[in-house]
Design a protein around this ligand. Structure first.
Ligand code: BTN
Length: 271
């Protein structure tokens, strides 16, 4: 019989609750999607600060309307999760929301491993392969003008998985940290991520810029954007816009609907 996983809920709660009154940690064996669940709660007026972890998602969602599969191919054979999937829900009222998803990606790479990089805006990469993804959604809070409830969803590959149907080949955390299971990875990333979100709320993206550029997987590369633009990637600016030097001069890319990849990659961009 599989032994149940031991999650560090209490340690995370102790690190966060003093700064975030009402904060709770919930661990579920299965749900459709941790993002979908927190968005459902928010639309029903529940705006509590929460970390919601699911050992399995049946309908995980990615950016740009894509699905997010947890790599469950190996899951039935062991009690270990093939990926870590969780969402953080909290109300935030930053002066400017620009760059928040980049700050989230930066927090993940900094708390996971020095060899990880970020592909703009926020995909976590190891050696040209995607290791983790982030999906951020928000809901307006009618009774708190200026604030929104943000749902920050994170999926981290832990074990080897098939590349079928993926846009880019996968990387997984156990390549870098062989004994790391989902509860260990959660303990590494959750509290720093909530602190990064609060720091972003106070000061915006600019204090994160230099550290993002130090981890930028696209820095100095010729890139192709899904809107057809091409040029050389020159890092991000104070609001997290990707700077691309092309034939028209320096262009700033802000839209989260645009995908970017190095020109040397052969796979077509979706969309
Ligand atoms: C992407 O790279 O496209 C983003 C993937 C985000 C996946 C996570 S897993 C936890 C949370 N729940 C979801 O349904 N999606 C996010």
């Amino acid at each position: 019989m599989n032994t149940p996983m031991r999650w560090p809920a209490e340690a995370i709660w102790e690190a966060i609750a003093p700064d975030l009154p009402g904060f709770t940690v919930e661990i579920l064996p299965e749900i459709d999607s941790t993002n979908t669940e927190l968005m459902r709660r928010a639309r029903a007026g529940r705006f509590d600060p929460v970390l919601l972890v699911a050992e399995r998602q049946s309908a995980g969602r990615g950016r740009l309307g894509r699905d997010w599969h947890s790599g469950a191919d190996t899951h039935s054979a062991s009690s270990a999760c093939p990926s870590l999937t969780f969402s953080i829900g909290l109300s935030l009222a930053p002066h400017d929301w620009s760059g928040m998803s980049l700050a989230v990606g930066l927090s993940l790479v900094e708390s996971l491993h020095p060899d990880l990089h970020l592909k703009w805006p926020n995909d976590v990469y190891f050696q040209g392969r995607k290791l983790a993804g982030i999906l951020i959604e928000t809901v307006g809070m009618a009774e708190t003008p200026g604030a929104r409830y943000a749902v920050v969803g994170v999926g981290i590959n832990l074990q080897a998985r098939r590349a079928d149907g993926l846009n880019t080949p996968p990387a997984w955390l156990q390549e870098l940290l062989p004994d790391t299971e989902a509860p260990d990875a959660l303990l590494q990333v959750a509290a720093p991520l909530i602190h990064a979100l609060k720091a972003f709320e106070r000061s915006g993206f600019s204090p994160f810029k230099a550290r993002f550029n130090a981890r930028d997987a696209l820095a100095g590369l010729d890139v192709v954007l899904s809107d057809g633009m091409t040029g050389r990637a020159l890092g991000v600016d104070d609001v997290g816009a990707l700077q691309v030097l092309g034939t028209q001069g320096l262009q700033k890319v802000t839209s989260a609907e645009v995908s970017v990849r190095p020109a040397t990659w052969s796979a077509p961009l979706k969309p």
